[in-house]
Design a protein around this ligand. Structure first.
Ligand SMILES: Nc1ncnc2c1ncn2[C@@H]1O[C@H](COP(=O)(O)OP(=O)(O)OP(=O)(O)O)[C@@H](O)[C@H]1O
Ligand SMILES: [Mg+2]
Length: 650
């Protein structure tokens, strides 16, 4: 997760795109949106302008020669009550529609926002952090409510009644209208630079708040590390500092609003009201004075409210569109891995895989593959080995089309994968990634994710084959146990076994295993390998492993180094060739080739030997209990044993 979930200030095109999305929602919901936007304004006309007009007329009557009698007052009183009642009713209907516009609009935006993210390619998620994306996609939906409410209540709800008021005032005295609009315009012109300045202070404040939340998220996510380094006080001090900073900037922006902006607007508003009264008195004809003064007073005092709201309208519209734009800017660059316009129907000849002159570079990096060729015949079991960073994981991800290659072709069953629908391609592959991720769902759901609709028996069979059942039965709720965020409640080896159970359940013709058993102890690996060998039967398998004993029994081993295939062939042949593979093997076996320490391969290509990982992985020194079925240990050692071997020696 990023430490700053706020994201940078979005550009103009992102703001335009956000407004277009929100506008499109209003258009889509126009049958509800039109009454939602207009009815509160109509209600406001009744409450703010028609009812006071009736009171003004009543006052005019009272000032008349005849004085006020109940008979003369009654129509006005009734009209006053009826107006307010109607206005309230209109408001309720408008609010009813607005609630629906808000809820339906947000629903659609939440859904379409997630759809946009689901369509993104893998590189996008490497460049954007989950925490930031979560906040942005949810704000995109949520801020629609603020946006529509501001437009409804504050803009349409104020401006439409103001126009009505202006028409009424005009009928009394055009100068009243001229004076009012002149003063409003003056105030807007005078206040705009202050509001802009305040906006900068608000931005500083928001950035300080984001720094607080970023640090809180970062600390909480790394709580184990904080504890392990006894850094609680340090983290608390950092937090205190950030909170104090945010308090200082918050007060500064509030004070600016209160002391600078409103101290300008308040006298302008007073002046406007006084001016209204003066105009009404000066221009009111004889006998019309009282009515006119009351109208001028109430209409002006209503209208000057807008002056105070101007600040808020600006702020709310700005913040809602800015937040929405932080999401829409993610949409400005379309996903790079997309389905072809007319995808080829899925009709693979078999499950063979071919990489033909593949060139690929991660964005902004040097090419990792330059004209790579690799042929994996249908049904073959290929072990992919080589130094860390050699490109093994990248190769498996290209086959899954997590990224698109720059040149060349990748074929599966004779079909170019770039012409297939991505979902079709991936339906052919059961994949176990190097670092399997878990959903915070039950163990059962995590396994069943590989094949929706799998029966409970199928799930349990896959779990049994991957040796998940052994530990699942010990969990508090068995298969219904929630595994924690990213699967933190499972050990690394347990997560791998769940990932293997997924692959088994997937039942796809191509198996793609990236270090699928690296976190298992030798005994568990032995058991799981057994299941894997059975699974590989009749399928094409590409198995990445650092622990060579895991893959030594495969039909062919491919040694990848710096994006090039430096060697390939069966285990024995590669040992005989005494090249890169033989060196790796020697290194892992902790002995010397040709001496009895070295592993050897039995008749059907399976290996006898003691494989160990290359040092940056688990200690696998203890293979005395027997290797996987294809690996039989022999340690009648003569060569110098490695450190691990020495430690594990009886
Ligand atoms: N998303 C990425 N963006 C940029 N470079 C990347 C990305 N992913 C991997 N790389 C780089 O590509 C190279 C190959 O990485 P890859 O993960 O394929 O190696 P690997 O052979 O699987 O290594 P390991 O055995 O350690 O898993 C590395 O140098 C790595 O830094
Ligand atoms: Mg890797």
């Amino acid at each position: 997760m990023t430490t700053d979930t706020r994201g940078p200030a979005p550009g103009r095109s992102a703001v335009v795109l956000a407004l277009r999305h929100y506008g499109r929602e209003l258009l889509r919901l126009r049958r509800l949106a039109l009454p939602a936007l207009l009815l509160p304004a109509v209600g406001n006309i009744g409450i703010r302008y028609v009812a006071p007009l009736l009171i003004a007329k009543l006052a005019g009557q009272a000032a008349d020669d005849g004085g006020l009698t109940l008979g003369r007052a009654l129509p006005y009183v009734l009209g006053f009550g009826l107006t307010l009642l109607l206005a309230e009713a209109v408001w309720r209907v408008g609010q009813h529609c607005l609630n629906r516009v808000d809820a339906l609009g947000m629903e659609h935006l939440y859904v379409s926002g997630m759809d946009e993210l689901l369509a993104k390619d893998a590189a996008f998620f490497h460049d954007n952090f989950a925490g930031s994306l979560t906040k942005r996609v949810l704000s995109f939906g949520k801020r629609f409510e603020d946006f529509v409410d501001t437009v409804t209540y504050r803009i349409v709800g104020s401006l439409v009644p103001l126009v009505f008021g202006a028409v009424v005032l005009w009928s009394y005295e055009p100068m009243l209208v001229v004076g009012l609009f002149l003063m409003i315009a003056l105030t807007v012109v005078a206040a705009t630079p202050l509001i802009r300045r305040r906006q900068r202070l608000v931005n500083d404040r928001e950035a300080a708040i984001a720094r607080v939340s970023g640090h809180v998220a970062d600390s909480l996510m790394n709580m184990e590390t904080v504890r392990a380094f006894a850094a609680e006080r340090r983290e608390a001090a950092e937090h205190r500092g950030r909170v104090a900073d945010s308090r200082r900037l918050t007060l500064r922006s509030w004070d600016y609003g209160n002391l600078r902006v409103d101290t300008l607007i308040a006298p302008m508003s007073v002046l406007t009201n006084v001016l209204g009264l003066l105009v009404a008195i000066a221009f009111g004809g004889p006998g019309q004075g009282v009515e006119e003064v009351v109208v001028a007073f109430t209409y002006y005092s209503n209208a000057t409210q807008i002056m105070f709201e101007f600040n808020q309208i600006y702020r709310r519209l700005e913040s809602s569109t800015t937040e929405a734009a932080q999401f829409t800017e993610l949409l400005l660059d379309p996903p790079t891995v997309v389905d072809a316009d007319a995808p080829a129907p899925l009709a693979p000849r078999d499950s063979g895989i071919r990489f033909e002159a593949v060139t690929f570079a991660h964005a902004g990096a040097k090419p990792i593959f330059r004209g790579l060729d690799l042929d994996v015949p249908a049904g073959a079991r290929i072990g992919l080995v080589g130094r860390s960073g050699g490109g093994k994981t990248t190769l498996t991800r290209l086959l899954l089309r997590m990224s698109d290659i720059d040149r060349g072709r990748i074929l599966i069953g004779g079909q170019d994968i770039s012409l297939l629908r991505q979902s079709d391609l991936r339906s052919l592959i059961a994949y176990v990634p190097q670092e399997p991720a878990m959903f915070h769902r039950s163990l059962r759901d995590n396994i069943a994710f590989a094949r929706p609709g799998a029966t409970d028996e199928e799930i349990r069979a896959a779990a049994a084959a991957a040796h998940v059942t052994e530990f699942a039965d010990l969990l508090p709720d068995g298969f219904d146990t929630l595994v924690g965020e990213r699967g933190v409640k499972l050990s690394g080896g347990q997560r791998q076994r769940v990932a293997l159970a997924r692959a088994i359940l997937r039942d796809a013709p191509v198996l793609l295993l990236d270090e699928a058993t690296s976190a298992l102890d030798s005994e568990s690996e032995l058991l799981v390998q057994d299941a894997l060998w059975r699974l590989m039967d009749g399928r094409t398998a590409l198995v990445v492993a650092h622990r060579l004993s895991t893959v030594a029994g495969m039909d062919r081993l491919v040694v990848l180094d710096r994006g090039r295939v430096v060697e390939q062939g069966p285990h024995e042949k590669l040992l005989a060739a005494d090249g890169a593979y033989a060196r790796l093997w020697r290194h892992q076996s902790g002995g010397f080739l040709g001496e009895s320490t070295g592993p050897s391969v039995d008749g059907d290509g399976r290996v006898d030997g003691d494989g160990r990982d290359d040092g940056d992985r688990r200690d696998d020194g203890d293979r005395r209990g027997g290797g996987p079925p294809h690996v039989r240990p022999r340690r009648e050692s003569s060569g110098p044993p490695s450190e691990e071997a020495a430690r594990s020696a009886p």
